[in-house]
Write a protein that binds this ligand. Structure first.
Ligand SMILES: C[S@@+](CC[C@H](N)C(=O)[O-])C[C@H]1O[C@@H](n2cnc3c(N)ncnc32)[C@H](O)[C@@H]1O
Length: 211
């Protein structure tokens, strides 16, 4: 991943982490500045576009929602303000979770690695939302199947994929496979703003698990 003109250095470091230990270390040191850096400096809107999209498609405000890669809780804050309060968060960074915890919006926050099997039963959540986490050096398309396993029939998965990650990894191939195995229905899949000040777009996706 190249360092482009407007990319802030910590984002560059996270996208180029050589393994999950290095990535975890970067988030550990970045957690307290994360929100200022991504929103003010990079113009990040991943939390806004995913929350908006999910809120436009979820009817029941008691819906059980998993915020996967919840970080400091930017997504949870929006859902909570919109009266969706049955939210759980998972992330692999203790320091990011600790900031999310201070907001008192999540029913539970747990330390999980999204590249591993998740400790939830099949068909547990009405929606899984994952903003900013399918990106270079983070979580790849292989994790989509696990997110779908824990999504209820009729439930949604809503996520962003950073442009360069979308181009480098087989998202479309894996989604096509999942469309067959889970009768996944594409609700929205388009190109959207992502890190506006950095000039980077993403794929914004909402899929529904129909069986
Ligand atoms: C760019 S941040 C996005 C956070 C939040 N969703 C948002 O919109 O602000 C990416 C998050 O993914 C988490 N993360 C990266 N790799 C992970 C993994 N393998 N398992 C769980 N969380 C991971 C990081 O700790 C970080 O909080």
């Amino acid at each position: 991943m190249k360092h482009t003109k407007n990319m802030i250095s910590t984002i560059y470091d996270t996208l180029n982490a050589s393994d999950l230990d290095e990535l975890e270390d970067i988030y550990k040191n970045w957690a307290s500045d994360y929100e200022y850096d991504v929103i003010q400096l990079a113009g990040y809107v991943g939390h806004l576009i995913t929350s908006d999209l999910l809120l436009n498609n979820l009817e029941n405000s008691n819906a059980r929602i998993l915020d996967a890669g919840c970080g400091t809780g930017l997504v949870g804050e929006i859902l909570f303000k919109n009266n969706f309060k049955n939210i759980e968060g998972i992330d692999f960074s203790e320091e990011m979770l600790s900031i999310a915890n201070q907001k008192n919006i999540y029913k539970s926050l747990n330390l999980f690695d999204l590249t591993k099997k998740l400790a939830y039963s099949n068909n547990s959540f009405d929606a899984v939302i994952c903003a900013g986490t399918f990106t270079c050096g983070h979580v790849g398309p292989e994790s989509l199947e696990e997110m779908l396993r824990i999504t209820k029939k009729g439930g949604f998965i809503c996520f962003t994929v950073r442009k360069q990650e979308w181009e480098a990894a087989p998202y479309m191939k894996i989604l096509d496979k999942l469309v067959n195995s889970y009768s996944l229905k594409k609700v929205v899949h388009n190109t959207s703003d992502y890190n506006i000040k950095e000039g980077v777009s993403c794929q914004l996706c909402l899929y529904q698990k129909t069986c």
